[in-house]
Ligand binder design. Sequence first.
Ligand code: AMP
Length: 181
Amino acid sequence: MSSSEKIDLKDLIRSIPDYPKRGIIFRDITSLIAHAEGFRQSIRDLCAPYVDLQIDKVIGIEARGFIFGGAMADYLGVGFVPIRKQGKLPGAVVAQDYSLEYGTDRIEMHADAVAPGERVILVDDLIATGGTAIAAIELLQGVGGEVVSSAFVIDLPDLGGASLLRERNVNVHTLVDFEGH
Ligand code: AMP
């Protein structure tokens, strides 16, 4: 393939029905990141709106947000900050709880990872209900970070997460949509 030809990234995302439970279609990005040109294009496309903006850090949500966020930070020439599941970070943390279908979960970030006024981009592989991303935004805004935008490879628009972020005045940049759940 010539370097000017665009790949349809949707063709590289594998859909696995009834995983992790019946009724969910799991959108699997491992097939996308295993494809050299597809992975490279996804990083370029995710970064496109930000190349001329002043950005201080890219923030990735565990675990698939690390894959895209790490490569984006390199491409944009900025640092990378992980947001992790509870109990994984060794230093002092700030934490945010959020609701799941059953119960709650907690995400954490090192308390000194983002300084007040720093301009950051939040990254994950997929946005569904937006619960995870909103918790991450609250964490970042809580330490005084400015969430310039959020970026996701996949949007599930029927689940409404991207709309909820926009209602909070957070820009949302996505590459591929899938109907339904
Ligand atoms: P949500 O908090 O509902 O927006 O869910 C987003 C998080 O759950 C992301 O970290 C996704 O990786 C994961 N996720 C939710 N739904 C799916 C799905 N259908 N396929 C793959 N990952 C999903």
